[in-house]
Design a protein around this ligand. Structure first.
Ligand code: RP5
Length: 169
């Protein structure tokens, strides 16, 4: 059986610093992935060929990150029936509002699961992709649950520290 993986597409190498947050989440959960720079408008043929080929090789979830008039996620969703997560990049003078609307406002019938603008969205794209894969992967589900528990414990510990500091005052 082919190994399931996540394919991350970004419209430009200028998106990479933000998309590193996605890679770091996927690394921390040991989720296999590929990263590709390809654009809906600059390299439409390569985008189409990559999505078709990745799907044939076992890609189960696509993440598409783009800024400005961001149609990359919508184009990918038009090629594959696998889930597509769109990350609006905070590039350009509108600080990502343009990309958010371009990504989220898909016409009915071709969904894109759109996350927040910028780094928080890039992180959540990684978590959402892992959670989608974890539906059919119990070990991954355990890792996602453990990571959530660790995050919760860190918040509780920070609060405990704050309470101690306040009592000491
Ligand atoms: C989009 O245009 C890219 O995804 C990027 O966010 C934005 C700017 O691209 P560059 O001009 O920096 O290549 O296609």
């Amino acid at each position: 059986m082919k190994q399931a993986f996540v394919a991350i597409l970004m419209g430009s190498d200028s998106d990479l610093p933000v998309i590193r947050a996605t890679l770091s989440v996927l690394d921390s959960l040991s989720v296999p992935y590929e990263v590709k720079i390809t654009s809906a408008h600059r390299t439409p043929v390569e985008t189409h060929d990559y999505v078709t080929d990745a799907e044939a090789r076992g890609c189960k979830v696509f993440i598409a990150a783009a800024g400005l008039a961001a149609h990359l996620a919508g184009v990918v969703a038009g090629i594959t029936l696998n889930p597509v997560i769109g990350v609006p990049m905070d590039a350009g003078p509108l600080q990502g509002m343009d990309a958010l609307l371009s990504t989220v406002m898909m016409p009915g019938g071709v969904p894109v699961a759109t996350v927040a603008i910028g780094k928080a969205g890039a992180k959540n794209a990684g978590y959402l992709a892992a959670q989608i894969l974890s539906v059919a992967d119990d070990d991954l589900a355990k890792r996602v649950r453990a990571e959530r528990a660790e995050n919760a414990a860190a918040v509780v510990a920070k609060d405990a520290k704050l309470q101690q500091e306040l009592q000491a005052d």
